[in-house]
Design a protein around this ligand. Structure first.
Ligand code: FAD
Length: 302
């Protein structure tokens, strides 16, 4: 089964569909790749993953993009989540999407929201990752990271290997934990590599350099070629297992997840939950339709 990427991206961005999807609930299959819409639904999913030897990084899919009230709700949700992580002794970090916390509304407003979350996480010993979105948001996101890391040492970020600037950024932010990804947005040739091969090669190059630098790195890819190369490399170079983790998207590749855990590698899963699951679901569908169609049609989700 194949689904055109442009069509799916259009559906992901369609406001009417996004709004109505909330009413339909998550039964159409999003449940296979998100942990429900509430904290009550999320917690058992995290406990089950932890029990299986998998760490987690939790992201709340909330609607704070254009309204201050929405961004404040997203902030409150994260504060509650941090408290629950401690109360339930979960092996979990949190991931923040800055546009949900008001980045497009006002930088200072967003910074205040993010700072409050990071400070609470710091007090509760929870690690925070600042997610990277499309190119237009990259520079303000790094600016926010710079401000935050002056006061807190529990903040890391994401480097997207498809950007030409990634090599400089990864050197510049060598004092914070890094999640290395290929990059998920459609970006122009003026700023990003375009072919799978170029992106794959740049990812591998940056990753192997980064692993030798001893900075904690989340290797966020499902690409088996890269994963196998990393396994060889860490053995050869005697890279300690507390310097990295493999990181996968929740529900995408459980076989790989079990294999990594079985082999004794540190493995983490990025777990999204929340009301705004629709565009996350559709964007993942656009990226690799077989991931979703296999889950939706071969597995009972609810
Ligand atoms: P792909 O390039 O999609 O696939 C490469 C090869 O891997 C495929 O040809 C196939 O052989 C194999 N493969 C892939 N998936 C599977 C599967 N399920 N089963 C079997 N084989 C498979 N992007 C951002 O722009 N910003 C972010 O902040 C961000 N955070 C992320 C966090 C995590 C934890 C992860 C995993 C991804 C994140 N991404 C983010 C998305 C990322 O940029 C890529 O778009 C996405 O991961 C797809 O690239 P890939 O490296 O996983 O593999």
């Amino acid at each position: 089964m194949s689904v055109g990427k442009d069509v799916v991206t259009y559906l992901a961005e369609n406001e009417w569909l996004n709004e109505n999807a909330k009413r339909w609930g998550t039964k159409i299959g999003a449940r296979a790749i998100t942990a429900g819409t509430t904290l009550t639904e999320l917690i058992p999913v995290i406990q089950k993953l932890n029990y299986a030897g998998v760490r987690t990084s939790i992201v709340y899919l909330g609607d704070g993009l254009y309204e201050k009230a929405g961004a404040l709700e997203v902030k409150e949700q994260y504060i509650q989540l941090i408290h629950l992580i401690q109360e339930k002794a979960l092996d979990a970090t949190i991931t923040l999407q800055l546009t949900q916390l008001g980045l497009d509304i006002d930088f200072e407003f967003c910074y205040e929201n993010v700072k409050e979350i990071v400070a609470e996480a710091y007090a509760y010993d929870v690690q925070v990752t600042i997610e990277m979105e499309d190119y237009g948001h990259v520079q303000p996101s790094f600016r926010m990271l710079e401000q935050l890391k002056e006061a807190y040492d529990n903040v890391g970020t994401v480097i997207q290997a498809y950007f030409y600037r990634a090599e400089e950024d990864i050197k510049k932010y060598k004092d914070v934990p890094i999640r290395l990804v290929k990059g998920a947005y459609d970006e122009p040739i003026s700023v990003a590599y375009q072919t799978k091969e170029e992106i794959h090669d740049n990812y591998k190059k940056l990753l192997l350099e980064q692993l030798q630098n001893g900075i904690f790195t989340s290797i966020a890819t499902h690409d088996r070629d890269i994963i196998e190369e990393v396994k060889r490399f860490v053995q050869e170079q005697e890279i300690p297992f507390d310097a990295f983790e493999f990181q996968l998207l929740y529900g995408f590749d459980e076989e790989l997840q079990e294999q990594l855990v079985g082999e004794g590698y540190p493995c983490s899963v990025y777990v999204p939950y929340g009301e705004e699951w629709y565009s996350y679901f559709m964007n993942r569908l656009a990226e690799r339709p077989q991931n979703i169609t296999k889950k939706v049609f071969n597995k009972k989700t609810n």
